[in-house]
Design a protein around this ligand. Sequence first.
Ligand code: FAD
Length: 291
Amino acid sequence: MKPARFDYVRAESIAHAVEALAGAGGDGKVLAGGQSLMPMMNFRLVKPSVLVDINRIPDLDRITLEANTLRLGALVRHRMTAEDALVARHIPVLLAAMKHVAHLTVRNRGTFCGSVCHADPAAEMPMMTLLLDGTIHIASPRGTRTMPARDFLIGSLATALEPDEMVTAVDLAIPQDGTGWAFEEFSRRHGDYALAAVAVLMERADGRMRNVRIAMMGIADTALRFSDVEAALEGREGTPASFDEAATLLQASIEPNSDLSASADYRRHLAGALARRALADAWRRARDTAE
Ligand code: FAD
């Protein structure tokens, strides 16, 4: 298949990009890595009248340390994230997640921010942005704004972004030293989109769990956080019984869909099994801050 006709703008700056989007009258699209957009255009699932290529805008391909966050610019490719020393040092759970993203050719081009904007319910990056209390940096002809990831991701392939806005960066909060982490994913073949995945962060003090964070994907229209399960684990001892209870609570709170890849019951079972395993793994890695 070939895409429908479109105009092409090679943006020289963020201001140039958002002006071009505004000029498209609600029908423009940012081109980042093109790994999701181009197939969708080729299948004519989307038919933008203007394609705004941001690949030549300077300085967007950086991962920087800003106070207690890592900032990933709009042109940070999956491969850069997977090989970055700051990510390895400060957010090892993200490194673990990146190993599951697609194959080398896709990772060379696909961008972290592009994946968050694409908002595929089975993608790792939106889930990791939720887990890490991410903040989305947005530019438009009206100026700049920021938005928490939990408000940005609103559904399957749907975000709160306006048609004349582009994402310039995503900030990920760095977990405290000693935080335990785990990432578990199940897919039929390595590099395929996952059937489900879970990521966990937890602190440990006086032999008890603190500030547990659980994010999951593949089991709803968008990646999810589980504030009820997180709250239920606060102050509990990290025992198999607590992890079982948490997994049961999590399973009760989801409504997975059935599709060609898996039934709803199977996805619910998978969610429980992955959550139980990830909680135990994060607990094992967490360093007790009161010891
Ligand atoms: P593009 O394709 O360029 O854009 C995607 C959408 O986001 C478009 O609507 C575009 O307009 C918008 N957009 C992009 N950047 C911005 C921005 N800065 N501001 C505003 N809007 C923007 N992903 C996974 O998570 N896990 C996988 O296992 C996986 N497997 C894959 C396997 C294959 C074979 C392929 C082709 C893709 C796979 N992907 C997977 C998707 C891949 O990660 C994409 O790179 C990613 O989803 C989109 O990033 P991109 O930079 O390519 O965005």
